[in-house]
Design a protein around this ligand. Structure first.
Ligand SMILES: Cc1cc2nc3c(=O)[nH]c(=O)nc-3n(C[C@H](O)[C@H](O)[C@H](O)COP(=O)(O)OP(=O)(O)OC[C@H]3O[C@@H](n4cnc5c(N)ncnc54)[C@H](O)[C@@H]3O)c2cc1C
Ligand code: FES
Ligand code: FES
Length: 511
């Protein structure tokens, strides 16, 4: 049943493509941007490889107005799992958008040609769009930044060196675009335009004219899609429609549709709610809006918990992190989600909301069983509150997966231990991939608390850890591997803590 809506509800989506405002009425809420581009517009430059966010062949760039600082923010995303109505109020750049009308190639394309960055060409549009996002955000990226920007793009025939060469060379070409630097923009830690051409500046004006304000409501073939612009409206819509699917970044939900062919009868999209993405810091806490994309969360976490840098750099790829949110990661309740073990050991809490009612719950108490959380019907995660680090605690997190980049964990471990004269005074340990939910290793913690932080203590803790979990065998790892890996990560943490090493010491991008 359709929910009761405010009077100023909108029934069309508007976005900008090639400088023109596109207006769509009656579009299918779960049609992907990729399907729309290839099947409706015959813009077939954007390719479909995997249809699950893994290969990057479908990469496009979207631009969005941001208020702090005032400007346009560009992000590469995977169009294969992004639903079409989420383009509302944004500008879309595809591979066809880059060359000038005269046919002159964009510097990224020119560099790919001259560095022989393409063989069969299937992956090339995706690489070019990821490089376009990099080109617009970094003036002189180093190898690590280049590798990171390309972590979500797979090429099976060219090899990566010529593409990396192109990433370096693209800055050598002077685009003939008339630059207008009055609109320089900068948002720390994410992909933003550093410089706007006149046409891009005009797009900003057009974007202002199609700002996604008010509530959007689409109906198509029995499917309902709502996109409120305030948390209050989100709460009201969910109250009326408690079985609706909350859609944030869609990096999990997109696959329900493209891979599992699930029919989503009612969807409430949170991406138009600016206050849902806010991140703030108080004397005691970092507070992260549930709708904040992982790419925005990373620099803030990095500032307060630099030990977590590698974990979040290895969280999927930039296009997934640009769309996927922290709230979505937590609420999806996957036993192998990466943010949860560390947030549990840091003592994070969630602000949950239902209608006008709020409650706070420790993340530790949020997971009840496999993909089952403490969320009541119609309730949602509004904020994640993370206590700022205690000065005496040593925190580390380790992710084990088959590939370094763009892979889901087989085991993910997080540790926070405080000592007084080598006696453990406080300890929290949590693992992902070891149980049906992300879970603390309570027996292991008890074995360590109050004991010497030494070889004998760790030996006892390892044996207690074995009693904490009964992991499964699945396609990522066997139960035996998981048990061994969990124990070895505890040993590794012990050695690192003794040597005062940080995880970044073992981080070797660009070998
Ligand atoms: C190629 C690929 C690689 C990935 N790699 C990783 C990885 O390395 N590590 C990792 O942890 N994850 C990974 N993921 C999973 C996914 O990207 C993350 O879980 C992401 O954080 C989900 O956020 P989202 O906003 O996209 O969630 P969505 O897909 O929008 O939603 C996920 C679930 O959460 C619910 N939900 C969303 N927001 C809220 C809210 N505020 N309140 C209540 N419920 C809500 C939705 O209803 C849905 O059930 C990967 C996914 C893909 C496709
Ligand atoms: S088609 Fe592979 S990431 Fe989209
Ligand atoms: S050029 Fe063929 S897959 Fe990359």
């Amino acid at each position: 049943m359709a929910a009761k809506l405010p009077k100023d509800v909108r029934k069309t989506i508007r976005f900008i493509l090639d400088g023109e405002i596109v207006e769509l009425r009656n579009c299918d809420p779960t049609r992907t941007v990729l399907q729309y581009l290839r099947e409706d517009l015959q813009r077939v430059g954007t390719k479909e490889g995997c249809a699950e966010g893994d290969c990057g062949a479908c990469t496009v760039v979207i631009g969005e107005l941001v208020s702090v600082p005032d400007g346009l923010q560009l992000r590469a995303i995977n169009s294969c799992i992004q639903f079409l109505p989420t383009l509302d109020g944004k500008v879309l750049f595809t591979i066809e958008s880059l060359a000038a009308e005269s046919g002159e190639l964009h510097p990224v394309q020119q560099a790919m040609v001259e560095c022989h960055g393409s063989q069969c060409g299937f992956c090339t549009p995706g690489f070019v769009m990821s490089l376009f996002a990099l080109y617009k955000s970094a003036a002189h990226p180093d190898r690590r930044e280049i590798d990171n920007a390309l972590a979500g793009n797979l090429c099976r025939c060219t090899g990566y060196r010529p593409i990396v060469d192109a990433a370096r060379k693209m800055y050598d070409y002077h685009s003939t675009e008339n630059k207008d630097k009055s609109s320089w923009l900068s948002v720390p830690g994410s992909t933003v335009l550093d410089e706007l051409s006149v046409t891009e500046a005009q797009q900003v004006d057009k974007l202002r004219s199609i700002a996604a304000t008010g509530t959007l409501h689409l109906e198509f073939d029995g499917k309902q899609y709502y996109a409120p612009d305030s948390i209050e409206e989100l709460a009201a819509l969910l109250r009326q429609n408690p079985d609706a699917c909350i859609l944030s970044g869609g990096t999990d939900i997109g696959l329900w549709v493209t891979k599992q062919h699930r029919h989503l009868a009612s969807v409430i999209y949170t991406g138009n709610i600016q206050s849902f993405k806010q991140i703030s810091v108080s004397a005691s806490h970092l507070t992260i809006g549930a709708g904040a994309p992982i790419s925005d969360v990373m620099p803030m976490l990095s500032q307060y918990f630099p030990e977590l840098d590698e974990l979040f750099l290895r969280f999927a790829s930039p296009p997934i992190r640009n769309a996927g949110t922290l709230g979505g990661n937590i609420a999806n309740a996957s036993p192998i989600g990466d943010s949860m073990p560390v947030l549990i050991v840091l003592g994070a809490e969630l602000l949950l909301r239902s209608g006008d009612n709020n409650r706070v719950i420790a993340l530790d108490d949020f997971y009840l069983d496999y993909q089952k959380t403490a969320l009541a019907r119609g309730e949602f995660v509004q904020e994640v509150r993370i206590p700022l680090p205690a000065t005496d605690a040593t925190v580390r997190t380790y992710k084990l997966s088959k590939r370094f980049d763009q892979d889901i964990s087989a085991v993910c471990a997080a540790f926070s231990v405080a000592f007084n004269e080598n006696i453990v005074t406080n300890v929290r340990i949590a693992y992902g991939g070891m149980a049906a939910i992300p879970k603390r290793a309570v027996k292991c913690e008890l074995a360590l608390l109050g004991k010497q932080w030494d070889d004998a203590g760790i030996l006892e803790a390892v044996s207690a850890l074995d009693r904490d979990f009964a992991p499964l065998t699945d396609m990522r790892a066997s139960d035996g591997y998981r048990r061994n890996a969990a124990a070895n990560l505890l040993r590794r943490f012990y050695i690192d803590s003794k040597q005062g090493e940080t995880l970044t010491n073992v981080y070797h991008y660009g070998r």
